[in-house]
Design a protein around this ligand. Structure first.
Ligand SMILES: [Zn+2]
Length: 343
């Protein structure tokens, strides 16, 4: 792990260091998706555990604690996230998490944080820490906690074990239990401004960085992920159809994109419809400015009530995109509905 934070997080980092004098037992970091919250809190966790922390709060990167941390086997550190986010589920979890991992292996990795994962913290919190230091739990995204897991976590937060710090991150506070919110110190992490995010994205070697960034609403890590997933051509295929809708075209594109993970096309359509809507209402385009001409003509043509119905439909469809019965059918329905809405 690199020993740095993102350029747009510098002032947040400094602000956070002032909390170290009297560490809250739980901090909830919040902000838009794709701005680097998880990396930020992992950096902070490493700094809290480091045996030779630098004056600016960054970990030294050289002590035993930093060594364990970078190997993901620090005895006083646990990271809790949905199984779907683990790159190498088999390599981790030698201590205590083994059973959870084994059970999950045979199925599709879960996108939820489950109660077993929270329960596995009980043993961890009962043994004494290495050199009487802090114990750190990082958990994200907090909205992935299912209801039983939320309740289990709440119990822990209500009676915090001494010397333990919980660092949570969330993309949407309104999806968390109010009782969890009230037990955490909230800490907002900023969205970088466009120039800052663009400079960073270009430095990562992303071609066409400006388009990627706009399409991800300005969130640089989300833009990087999209750019690296190689879906540029698929996106263009879809946008061409959205710009020039037809029934025949809808069926062709559905056929062409059926192998693409559906989260992509369904969120691209969502954003496209938002752009049409926002252009109609306020003359603004957020995601696809290079399609201004087409967006303007659609905004002119589609009645606002049909547009709202299409947005509602797209939002509902996005929610089921991870588990379609048939990808091709899913796309056909989605695109035919859109073509009808525009006719
Ligand atoms: Zn260190």
């Amino acid at each position: 792990m690199s020993n740095s934070i993102y350029p747009w997080q510098e002032s947040s980092w400094q602000q956070l260091q002032t909390l170290r004098q009297r560490m809250p037992h739980a901090i909830l970091f919040h902000g838009a998706a794709g701005i680097g919250k998880a990396d930020f809190i992992e950096q902070f966790a490493q700094g809290l555990l480091c045996e030779d922390v630098r004056p600016d709060g960054h970990a030294c990167g050289a002590c035993a604690s930093c060594g364990w941390f970078s190997q993901q086997n620090h005895p006083d550190y646990r990271r809790i996230r949905p199984e779907a986010m683990e790159d190498e589920p088999a390599a981790e979890g030698e201590e205590g998490e083994g059973e959870v991992k084994k059970a999950a292996k045979s199925k599709t990795p879960s996108k939820e944080i489950k109660i077993e994962q929270i329960r596995s913290l009980a043993d961890f919190m009962n043994i004494s820490t290495h050199r009487q230091g802090l114990r750190v739990v990082v958990l994200y995204p907090a909205e992935a906690l299912n209801m039983p897991a939320s309740n289990a976590l709440l119990k822990t937060l209500e009676e915090p074990p001494p010397g333990t710090v919980f660092l949570l991150a969330s993309n949407s506070l309104d999806r968390l239990l109010p009782t969890i919110l009230s037990r955490c110190r909230k800490f907002a992490l900023p969205m970088p401004n466009h120039a800052e995010a663009l400079a960073w994205l270009k430095a990562q070697g992303v071609a066409d960085a400006d388009s990627w960034l706009r399409e991800q609403g300005g969130a640089p890590l989300a833009a990087l992920e999209q750019a690296e997933s190689g879906s540029r051509e698929d996106l263009e295929t879809l946008l061409q159809l959205l710009a020039h809708p037809s029934v025949e075209g809808a069926l062709k594109v559905a056929d062409k994109l059926q192998k693409v993970p559906l989260g992509g096309p369904s969120s691209w359509l969502q954003r496209w419809l938002y752009d049409v809507f926002s252009y109609k209402l306020a003359g603004n385009i957020r995601y696809y400015p290079r399609y201004q001409k087409e967006l303007a003509s659609l905004a002119d043509k589609i009645h606002v009530s049909r547009l709202l119905a299409a947005i509602k439909g797209a939002n509902e469809r996005r929610a089921t995109a991870d588990h379609p019965l048939s990808p091709k059918l899913f796309l056909e329905e989605m695109l035919l509905e859109y073509a009808n809405c525009c006719s």
